[in-house]
Design a protein around this ligand. Structure first.
Ligand code: ZN
Length: 415
């Protein structure tokens, strides 16, 4: 144990039920000891509360947050109607907002969503930003500015995302390349939006070639409608292998995969494993969903994403990944205690695996990114889905939340 711990989380309950002191030096966990054995000037008195890793939001459209009132309900109703044609109509309607894109009004919305992230202990975010001929680089720039503002507490990975396609929207590819040269971390894509499989293949080829050249990962929205004829997920996995991008790709949504027969789902899972392609499912934001249970059982890396926060596609959301897991429990039928534990993995350790965040577990030597909750076990955590009592980012307390109810109604009787 190091002589000089800077912080101790005393009597924290780990997920296996064990109560322990967690010692931190600087930004790292440096000791895990018996309860009340570690000392430091700064102490978080967990007192038997559940301590988990901080949360990972593996898919968020960060430039669009809090824009629903600029669009109205038409786009939302179209996107959630269930058909591919309607989903595309929703995206067209949502595009109206981007004609008014300006970083000056986008940045305050992004800040609000990121403050929520800190409050709810969501310290890693894969942030998609629309980069196209309508929105230009305005949303991207606002998110890059916010990434800088929050860099001491949040890990934000910015995706240059051509929301309207690259064949359909000539000029978008060049803008994305400009964004990659101006600080974007990940090459984005949305091949299913193109008008033909040949165009989708061109879209994927462009993105994977660019990622390989820049040595960056790719993250794409694939097959985002319940239509079994959509197969861009497999195309992405094959292109990753061709371009030597194994382990550096993320497939978001993949709703069509849920409408494949099980043999086709298993083939795709095998291909994804070979490509090292991770998946992010957002079952609360639209109809159709990735077969999360099967993919997870087959060893494919799976995460849950918030996807949207009060935008044209989804009216709620607050960067609270326990809330996302709570919604997924219903949408996916993950209700047993065992499945609740799996859900928690999908927003912590498993989601970190999808993002390529290494060593995101509570263990000596790893970064001290922790959430200390008001409850003692995972079912209570999901049931309550409230902000953690304390959020520790890189060894420092980043947020503290206290919720308290005073019962007044029967005071006359009990006093
Ligand atoms: Zn999305």
């Amino acid at each position: 144990m190091p002589d000089t711990l800077t912080m101790v989380v005393s009597e924290g309950r780990l997920r296996d039920g064990r109560v322990a002191d967690i010692g931190i030096t600087g930004d790292r966990i440096t000791a895990i000891g018996d309860p009340n054995t570690l000392r430091a000037a700064s102490v978080i008195p967990a007192g038997g509360r559940l301590v988990t890793e901080s949360f990972v939001n593996a898919h968020l459209h960060l430039d669009k947050v809090h824009t629903l009132d600029m669009v109205g309900d038409a786009a939302l109703l179209a996107y959630t109607a269930g058909s591919m044609g309607a989903a595309m109509t929703g995206i067209e309607l949502a595009r109206a907002v981007k004609e008014r894109y300006d970083r000056s009004w986008i940045l305050p919305n992004v800040r609000r969503a990121l403050q929520d992230a800190v409050r709810f202990g969501t310290l890693h975010i894969l942030a998609f930003t629309d980069v196209d001929t309508t929105g230009r680089l305005e949303g991207f720039q606002a998110v890059v500015d916010a990434r800088e503002e929050f860099k001491d507490v949040l890990d934000i990975r910015v995706v240059a995302f051509p929301q309207d396609g690259v064949v359909r929207d000539p000029g978008a590819a060049e803008l994305c390349e400009q964004a990659m040269a101006s600080g974007a971390d990940v090459v984005g894509g949305i091949p299913w939006i193109e008008y033909s499989d040949a165009d989708a293949a061109r879209h994927i080829e462009w993105a994977c070639a660019l990622a390989a050249r820049l040595q960056r990962p790719v993250a794409m929205l694939v097959d985002d409608a319940s239509d079994p004829s959509l197969t861009t997920t497999a195309m992405l996995a094959e292109a990753m292998i061709e371009h030597g991008l194994q382990g550096r790709g993320i497939a978001c949504h993949a709703r069509a995969v849920g409408s494949y027969g099980e043999p086709a789902q298993r083939r795709l899972a095998g291909l994804a494993l070979r490509a090292g392609l991770g998946f992010v499912s957002d079952p609360h934001t639209g109809p159709g969903r990735l077969p999360v249970d099967l993919f997870d059982r087959l060893g494919v890396a799976v995460a849950l994403g918030q996807d949207d926060i009060e935008d044209a596609y989804y009216p709620f959301g607050r960067n609270n990944m326990i809330e996302v897991a709570f919604l997924a429990a219903h949408a996916l039928g993950f209700l047993s205690k065992h499945d609740q534990e799996r859900l928690l993995n999908f927003v912590t350790t498993g989601a970190a695996r999808v993002l390529g965040v290494h060593d995101h577990t509570i263990a000596e030597g790893n970064v001290a990114n922790l959430a200390i909750h008001e409850c003692e076990d995972v079912p209570a955590l999901l049931r309550n889905h409230v902000a953690p009592r304390w959020v520790v980012s890189r060894g420092r307390v980043a947020a503290e939340t206290q919720e308290r109810t005073s019962f007044i109604w029967d005071r006359g009787r009990s006093d």
